[in-house]
Design a protein around this ligand. Sequence first.
Ligand SMILES: *[C@@H]1O[C@H](CO)[C@@H](O)[C@H](O)[C@H]1NC(C)=O
Ligand SMILES: *[C@@H]1O[C@H](CO)[C@@H](O)[C@H](O)[C@H]1NC(C)=O
Length: 158
Amino acid sequence: MANMARAALTLPLLLCLLCFSAVAYGVFVSNLNAACLRCLCFAITGCNATLACSKGYCGPFYISRVYWADAGKPVFPEDDPERAGAYQDCAKEYNCAASIVTNYMARFGRDCNRDGVTNCDDYAMIHYNGGFSCETSLEGTNFSAKYEVCRPGTLSDV
Ligand SMILES: *[C@@H]1O[C@H](CO)[C@@H](O)[C@H](O)[C@H]1NC(C)=O
Ligand SMILES: *[C@@H]1O[C@H](CO)[C@@H](O)[C@H](O)[C@H]1NC(C)=O
């Protein structure tokens, strides 16, 4: 009887280990869809997929170590956030970097421009200004000019 009870507990525990490794990729943030992520990527670096790390920023989303840490240190499945290079490897690859951005927005997402909705315009402000001071207007920045090119229409946001 005791053995059976242990066995019954083991399976859910194993499943839960699997579900934890998927957490960084499974976060859902309202209005942060693929088009918005792609547009943030375009606005910040032209979404250059071959960008490595320079001056403290890595990859097509131009992610700093502090941003990554504030996002909860997402890494590739099976990787270890404490491994040297784990942050850089994730930030340099589009899908892994997108999971960093998604986790960051899950934590800091709010209505930065106070227009009554939290959508890609706010995520753009958060990505550029940082989550702690996202209210600063993006007007006049190169980031903003490029964001306007691909800005997702608010009506089609889900
Ligand atoms: C992407 O970045 C690399 C490395 O900085 C650079 O050599 C290349 O010209 C860039 N590509 C585009 C399309 O900007
Ligand atoms: C904006 O882009 C232009 C052209 O690429 C560049 O000369 C200028 O230095 C950039 N301005 C800022 C604030 O990055």
